[in-house]
Design a protein around this ligand. Structure first.
Ligand SMILES: *Cc1c(COP(=O)(O)O)cnc(C)c1O
Length: 514
């Protein structure tokens, strides 16, 4: 190179000077802190149409040719998100199973991204790999699951359940299924009809096909009918099928029902089946000192999926798969290509799951578990459950509200105009329509956020409290709001045939569901 001196430091358009980084970071943190303070005063959601959101974003704008000022970009991004988002961190957000996120977790994500360890292999992430292992062990300890288990972080409950399902598939195949495929094995998986839809995706992805899932009836409380399960296993065996695993729910997604895990464990021992527990919603409630035996028996399972981005309040995403025999994960996932030279002195996480490069999801959970300790986890989960109980106890005090179920931190109920007789054949379809529209208005209104369940065929409103910001006052605001909006919707929708008096002559066909 005759003329040009070789560059000492490369000028890159993405690089930021440390002063600039500090300045941008301080500004952003100030804005986030103000945003968090403002949450209770904001609507839970602006309830905008997709067209309005796309317009705010100028969604059709082409890719810019030249770069822009990062301060402007961060400020624009924050403004767009703060003004056009649904806030699951709002004290009155109780939809689906979505928690408020710990602010410390947001800082943890920043730190993880700054160091950017690739937690796919130990040499690429020495400390991060060990911190993940420690966090997995702490989660097992929290649940009273054997601390010698294997486990890893994944994106969420679905992925954690898939990982366990695939571990079970290989463990119970009785052959090298990973090479030969599932052809002709006729492996069968059992779960209650209340099981989350991950089950279909798992059976599909695992090559068993959704026909391999045996959906077992649940009882009046939404728990799997163990006798029906046993009968189905026996009839499958008789037909030459291969029962492989049973999935138990530690908190169903609709109503928080807990399957009788001790009985499922006994059944799995008897038939030599893999017991997997889906604890994505309720698993962490096993940490409570007064947790029922039905739930604490998850410690007997061959594998458990939990979701730190639910009841450990981690920012999205964080799921965690635990497998009692750590070797089973390697059996299900490890390959050793020639271009990897990681050694086996420590855990290389790409051996334990489907991912290759992996981010440092464990850090935010590592921070949270030490920020609050076991005592803090127990306190927050207990309070959420207590608030759901409080809500459920208030429902019958309001003429016009009918209580359905309460388990863990989920309460379900509906609006029934006081002059209508529920369960009358002519009334039920209207109540479904009425409550469906009521839910839509509540969701768009921004005062609270609920989702729904269908309970014995009836459309119910559903509040699931996994929210460390929710107070008693927030809960007390809900029933009068539902009654007020319910009456408005009823006044608009009620068909002429159901005007007062029309239905009273109709005797109730069923006892009300409790
Ligand atoms: C939320 C949930 C899932 C799915 O978890 P994601 O984190 O949404 O992937 C699975 N099972 C149950 C019981 C759940 O509540």
């Amino acid at each position: 190179m005759p003329e040009q001196k070789s560059q000492v430091k490369r000028e890159s358009p993405l690089e930021l000077s440390s002063d600039r980084f500090r300045e941008l970071g301080y500004q952003l943190i100030d804005r986030i802190a103000a945003f968090l303070d403002s949450l209770p005063q904001r609507p839970v959601t602006p309830g905008e149409s997709p067209a309005a959101v796309r317009q705010a974003l100028a969604a059709e704008r082409p890719l810019p040719q030249q770069g822009e000022d990062p301060a402007l970009l961060l400020s624009r991004a924050a403004g767009l998100l703060f003004d056009h988002s649904l806030f699951n961190g709002h004290p009155r957000f109780w939809g689906y199973v979505t928690s408020s996120a710990a602010p410390l977790g947001a800082l943890g994500e920043l730190l993880a991204a700054a160091v950017n360890p690739n937690v796919g292999a130990w040499p690429l992430s020495p400390m991060a790999s060990e911190m993940e292992a420690q966090t997995v062990r702490w989660i097992a300890e929290l649940l009273h699951y054997p601390a010698g288990c294997g486990g890893l972080f994944v994106s969420g409950g679905n992925m954690a359940n898939f990982v366990c399902f695939l571990a079970a598939r290989q463990a119970k195949a009785g052959c090298d299924l990973r090479k030969a495929g599932v052809d002709g094995l006729r492996m069968r998986a059992y779960c209650s009809v209340e099981t989350h839809t991950w089950m279909q995706k798992a059976a599909d992805i695992a090559g068993l096909g959704t026909d391999a899932v045996r959906w077992i009836a649940s009882d009046h409380e939404g728990r799997v009918d163990v006798q029906a399960l046993r009968r189905r296993i026996l009839s499958d065996l008789e037909a030459g099928e291969k029962p492989a695993l049973v999935v138990g729910n530690a908190g169903t997604v609709s109503t928080g029902a807990v399957d009788p895990l001790p009985e499922l464990a006994a059944l799995c021992r008897e038939f030599d089946l893999w017991l997997h527990v889906d604890g994505a919603y309720g698993g962490f409630a096993a940490a409570l000192p007064d947790a029922p035996a039905a739930l604490t028996a998850l410690c007997e399972a061959d594998s458990v999926a939990v979701d730190p981005h639910k009841w450990l309040y981690a920012p999205l995403e964080a799921g965690c798969a635990l497998v009692r025999d750590p070797g089973r994960l390697r059996d299900a996932f490890a390959y050793h290509p020639p271009y990897y030279h990681f050694g086996d002195a420590a855990t290389n996480y790409f051996d334990l799951g489907p991912q290759n490069s992996r981010g440092f999801r464990a850090l935010k959970v590592w921070l949270a578990l030490q920020h609050v300790g076991r005592a803090g986890c127990v306190e927050m989960i207990s309070q959420d459950i207590r608030l759901a109980e409080e809500l459920f106890a208030q429902i019958p005090e309001y003429p016009g509200l009918e209580a359905f179920t309460r388990s863990l931190s989920i309460a379900t109920f509906r609006f029934v105009p006081p002059d209508l007789e529920p369960d009358a054949a002519a009334v039920e379809p209207y109540l479904d329509q009425l409550n469906g529209e009521l839910l839509t208005r509540l969701q768009n209104g921004g005062e609270v956020y609920l989702s729904n369940a269908v309970i014995h065929g009836k459309f119910a409103l559903r509040a699931c409290i996994v929210n460390f910001r929710t107070s008693s006052a927030d809960i007390r605001a809900l029933p009068p709001l539902v009654v007020r909006i319910g009456k408005e919707v009823d006044a608009e929708l009620r068909p002429a045939g159901l005007r007062t008096g029309a239905s009273i002559s109709n005797p109730p066909s069923n006892p009300p569901v409790r």
